[in-house]
Unconditional design. Structure first.
Length: 674
């Protein structure tokens, strides 16, 4: 960077590192970036303010007569709300259209990721690639019937197991068909509790195919089509269900079958996992198809020897964003950080290569990489960057390991090119990650009982007050990690067990909340007792963004275990995304709401300009699906809104009063009145 540019950057208003983040490693790297005159997202958040009308949700850009901007009338002016766009679109219509397009984009992102995974799975089933295998046969056999694939055949009058290759091929074909089939409904919807499925059916919101629902939102929200916000929300429901109970759930399942279902393991988190004397490779994005192969390449003797021949002591692989969660939960590879730390990993001066695929990748990485020796490598045909210093190595599942080795070799060759002083923050924390539906069952139910027995029992007896899913991004408009950590500490203090995914899970890892030792320090007495007895952390890391489907299935298992109602909306549970920013978060939030879960977002929701529409999302939907949206920027108040909802559900279930411990079997629990 030239002297002139450095002066220009320095003349701008810069972020105060301590106000920007609660994490000391992040603060250190923001300071270093500012000393070097390198701009990061934290500084840009100071200089670039959000559009005051867009933030209210009432800026309409769907035709060239606009943008029509309809902010709320200035306070004090009374009378009828006469705001309308050139075509007459009301604030409700505009805000609902904008909201629906976020649902469509979020669904498209998760589901296109899922489609790529399904395509690789088909290659594996057809034996067109040797680099990937089916690692989890039990999971394959578990999901096959959900896709209508038989796992047994009758031979000579006897039922025998069907050939695994045949099952895999049929699963792959049936799964891929979910994206574009022309009739019927998504096959996974029947995995939901029966009353919920019936509710969706009655409302006419059963998704037909994943792609179709996304296309229909884009059609309905274009100029002059759907002009009834309630009808638009109906399509939001249908589309988001195609995400949560479709594309995202299929992505999780097929990844588990190919790469192995996670089970709890120990690792570390934060920028301090990078090592000065190692070749540091950061893999960033979302699809584990690439990162699985990078892990295999980086751990190979051939590559480690090659790194040593170049003067390094080894190869340190680190993850960023949800790729981090994918390789953490299956291999224990430590996350170097979450979304807001991607630029900072390069600013350490020790990042030989940052390898990115899809989603949540800042374009400014290329500008930061230019100031260091770091090779920035894009790998996906749909996600390239315009800057000249970016290298594109297209990744192909048919020669996946070869591509991965090429990338790792490039990083190793770059080790000797470090120009600036290396400055890796020392901060990192130990974490236990890799929980899933099956491992929760093992820890809080046991394979012997084969259900969520212990979890339900402890909710009924009050040791555990309820369960919260806390998920989602960081947002540079809020203090990095403060929302996640303050909220989660308040929840566990009040005996609420937390399930977490995405960047929220990385935040928890960085701040030491993912160890069993957390329980006696931060939890209320009931939750602490349960965690100490079974040896789990009070905050369970369930994976990446697409793995929110694990939370849906875990909640479904709670219904099946009995005693807590017949539907997801009966459970004492709540959802949250305290620092959300991505459109994917809106799709996730809406499928949780449509599945019956009270879901609170932090920061703000782009709804303030359309109070009626907002009211419908925050109150009206409860009467239809049992779940509703809410928003609360203050993390303590946010936690207490969730706790109040959990308490309301406990009261409805009749488990709000302390009672003597009664040993119940499943039939007793199912007979409990709700
Ligand atoms: S990476 S979508 S910032 S959670 Fe899945 Fe994090 Fe949000 Fe991206």
């Amino acid at each position: 960077m030239s002297e002139k540019t450095i002066k220009a950057v320095k003349a701008k208003k810069l972020a105060d590192p301590e106000l920007a983040s609660i994490d000391p490693a992040t603060q250190e790297m923001i300071r270093r970036a500012q000393q070097l005159g390198i701009e990061t997202v934290f500084d840009r958040a100071e200089t670039l303010k959000p559009c005051p009308i867009g933030i209210q949700g009432t800026c309409c850009k769907v035709c060239a007569m606009g943008p029509c901007r309809l902010p709320l009338p200035i306070k004090g002016i009374e009378g009828e709300d006469t705001r309308k766009g050139l075509c007459g679109a009301t604030p409700n219509t505009i805000a609902a259209r904008n909201f629906s397009r976020m649902v469509a984009a979020g669904t498209a992102a998760h589901s296109d990721h899922g489609r790529s995974v399904a395509e690789v799975f088909l290659s594996v089933a057809r034996k067109e690639t040797q680099d990937y295998k089916i690692k989890d046969v039990a999971k394959l056999l578990q999901i096959a019937p959900c896709l209508g694939v038989a796992t047994k055949v009758v031979v000579d009058g006897e039922e025998v197991g069907r050939d695994l290759d045949e099952i895999a091929l049929e699963v792959a074909e049936k799964a891929l068909n979910e994206w574009g089939k022309t009739g019927g409904e998504l096959l996974y919807l029947k995995r939901a509790p029966a009353p919920l499925y019936e509710k969706w059916k009655k409302q006419g919101v059963l998704p037909r195919s994943i792609d179709r629902e996304v296309v229909e939102i884009m059609h309905r929200s274009t100029m002059g089509v759907d002009q009834d916000y309630k009808n638009i929300v109906k399509q939001c429901t249908r589309t988001s269900l195609a995400d949560g109970w479709g594309g995202a759930m299929l992505a999780t399942d097929l990844q588990d079958v190919m790469f192995g279902s996670p089970s709890p393991l120990e690792s570390e988190a934060n920028l301090g996992i990078m090592k000065e004397d190692h070749v540091n490779i950061i893999v960033h994005g979302h699809e584990p198809v690439l990162s699985e192969m990078i892990v295999a390449a980086a751990q190979s003797k051939e590559m480690i020897d090659y790194a040593k021949s170049k003067g390094a002591n080894g190869i340190q692989l680190g993850g960023m964003c949800c790729t981090a969660n994918e390789i953490l939960q299956r291999h224990g590879v430590p996350p170097a950080g979450a979304i807001l730390q991607q630029e900072l990993a390069i600013i350490t001066g020790a990042c030989e290569a940052m390898v990115v695929d899809i989603q949540c990748v800042f374009q400014n990485l290329a500008n930061v990489a230019k100031c260091f020796h770091t090779k920035l490598i894009t790998t996906h045909p749909i996600a390239r960057m315009e800057q000249e210093n970016v290298i594109h190595i297209e990744f192909d599942e048919h020669h996946a390991l070869e591509d991965a080795k090429k990338i790792v070799r490039l990083a190793i060759d770059n080790f000797q090119n470090r120009e600036k002083e290396v400055m890796i923050p020392r901060h990192k924390a130990t974490q236990i990650a890799g929980f899933g539906v099956e491992s929760i069952q093992y820890h809080l139910g046991g394979t012997f009982r084969g259900s969520y027995y212990t979890l339900n029992d402890n909710i009924i007896n009050g040791r555990i007050r309820g369960v919260a899913g806390v998920v989602g991004c960081n947002n540079a408009r809020t203090r990095h990690n403060e929302g996640h950590i303050t909220l989660i500490k308040e929840l566990i203090k009040n005996d609420v067990l937390v399930l977490t995914t995405g960047c929220s899970a990385i935040a928890c890892g960085m701040h030491g909340l993912l160890t069993p030792e957390t329980a006696p320090v931060y939890c209320g007495p009931g939750l602490a007792e349960v965690c100490e007895t079974v040896g789990i952390p009070p905050v369970l890391h369930l994976g990446s963004c697409v793995d929110n489907s694990r939370i849906l299935l875990a909640a479904t298992e709670m219904v099946k275990a009995g005693g807590l109602g017949k539907d997801l909306c009966d459970l004492p549970v709540a959802g949250s995304a305290p620092e959300w920013m991505h459109e994917k978060a809106i799709a996730i939030g809406h499928y949780f709401v449509s599945s019956g879960v009270y879901t609170v977002f932090g920061y703000h929701m782009p709804l303030e300009g359309a109070p009626e529409f907002k009211d419908y999302l925050y109150k009206g939907l409860e009467g239809i699906y049992g779940g509703m949206w809410d928003c609360e920027p203050d993390p303590i108040r946010h936690a207490h809104k969730m706790i109040a909802h959990i308490d309301k559900k406990r009261k409805e279930l009749g488990i709000d009063k302390a009672r003597d411990r009664v040993l119940m079997d499943m039939a007793d629990r199912q007979a409990l009145e709700i």
